[in-house]
Design a protein around this ligand. Structure first.
Ligand code: PGA
Length: 259
């Protein structure tokens, strides 16, 4: 596991966006080789998404050969899909057909849920319908005019097992309200009451957080990972751009001059 600690939300968001940018460019996607990206909902990833949009607009990154899968979706009151479990099963099949997820980006709730895998969810669960925990309903009321009654009580969510199958997982954790969850995620054992802790058993997990999120960690843990930042920053520096790739391509296609 890598734990990346940046001072503030904006730096954490930028680091995550740079990481995604480099991973996509280094993967070298094309018509026969799509980059599959799992993406979270919620407010945490917004800063990262804004940066990705900026890279796209500047011509540094392209999503032409990127396929995305969303982590979760509320079950709205009129129920869009007639058979919700069939919808979930079809989602798993689509991921499989796309060759699996290369990079799953996730956010967590203050109760340590990953996607909507609430406390007590099976750590080998697949995409399914979940009843939301009261903590989640309270936390998300801000997206529904602050009215608890307006928050859907059920959601479709990828399972912990679905995310575990990704070749790499990046989890964004920012804010003091997530500090206890980060502590449970990395300093204690794997536990289904803190579903994000499952990623201790994933071979490639990167947690990206801000200082506030580290408030419940041991000083020793924070110092250890901060000491590794020199190494971990090499993952985003140099920062690749598809502009360079295009220049390389056009130069290699030019025939050497001869007369
Ligand atoms: P947030 O939600 O990013 O809005 O805090 C994350 C989550 O509940 O999974």
């Amino acid at each position: 596991m890598k734990l990346i600690i940046l001072d503030h939300y904006s730096q954490a968001s930028e680091w995550a966006a740079k990481y995604i940018r480099n991973r996509i460019i280094q993967f070298n996607p094309g018509p026969d080789k799509y980059f599959t990206l799992g993406l979270p909902t919620g407010s945490t990833p917004l800063g990262c998404y804004k940066k990705l949009i900026e890279y796209y607009k500047n011509g540094d990154l392209s999503f032409k050969y990127v396929k995305t899968f969303n982590m979760d979706e509320y079950v709205v009151l009129d129920g869009n899909a007639a058979d919700l479990q069939a919808e979930c099963d079809a989602f798993e099949e689509k991921i499989k057909a796309a060759g699996g997820i290369e990079l799953f980006v996730g956010g967590i709730g203050p109760d340590g849920h990953i996607a909507f895998n609430e406390p007590g969810s099976s750590l080998v669960s697949r995409t399914r319908v979940k009843t939301l925990a009261m903590d989640t309903i309270l936390a998300n009321a801000r997206f529904f005019d602050g009215k608890l009654a307006n928050v859907p009580t059920m959601a479709l969510t990828v399972g912990v097992g679905t995310v575990m199958d990704a070749r790499e997982v990046m989890i964004l954790i920012t804010g003091a309200h997530k500090a206890f969850a980060l502590y449970k995620a990395i300093e204690e054992g794997v536990n289904h009451m803190w579903t994000v802790s499952a990623f201790q058993q994933h071979p490639r997990t990167v947690f990206v957080c801000d200082e506030d999120a580290t408030l419940e960690l041991k000083v020793k843990t924070v110092k250890y990972f901060k000491g590794l930042m020199l190494v971990h920053n090499k993952l985003v520096d140099p920062l690749y751009s598809i502009k360079e790739k295009e220049i390389e391509k056009s130069q290699s296609s030019k025939k050497p001059y001869s007369d």
